[in-house]
Design a protein around this ligand. Structure first.
Ligand SMILES: [Zn+2]
Length: 139
């Protein structure tokens, strides 16, 4: 089965079944600051001289919270853990943290990208979405 990325400006799949992929972003050629996803100008120096780049699929847990009231159309279980992970390049990426319990987490833990296929409520089409899991945790 072929699965497509939920957001092609942020996630490029490298496996047709959605099991593997890379995060996309831009790098400012003026000041070197990285951003996650598409951008029209650098948020640090406002330069428009951006080049597309791939970003690391691992980082450290910067902050996290337990979400009891999800956004409309949220396809997963509730409550869920929402975490902000800082990549080695600098950007912070917010996504659900899966395969762990809230009590196991603490700031600074190593995290790795976890891709999951979900069926979005609006279409019934399967999309690959990016999430985080503890590095070294079970798949
Ligand atoms: Zn810049």
């Amino acid at each position: 089965m072929t699965v497509t990325s939920v957001d092609t400006t942020r996630l490029r799949l490298t496996a047709q079944d959605g099991s593997d992929g890379v995060l996309l972003g831009t790098r400012c050629t003026e000041c070197g600051v990285y951003s996650f996803g598409a951008a029209v100008m650098c948020l640090h120096c406002t330069s428009a001289a951006l080049e597309e780049t791939t970003l690391s699929t691992h980082g450290t847990l910067y902050s996290y919270t337990l979400v009891h009231v999800p956004p409309g159309g949220w396809p997963g279980p509730v409550p869920y853990i929402l975490g902000q992970v800082e990549l080695p390049e600098g950007p912070h990426i917010m996504a659900e943290i899966v395969d762990t319990s809230f009590d196991e987490l603490s700031v600074g833990m190593p995290m790795t990208l976890a891709l999951q296929n979900v069926t979005l409520p609006d279409g019934g089409e399967e999309k690959a979405v990016y999430k985080w899991r503890l590095k070294g945790g079970s798949a």
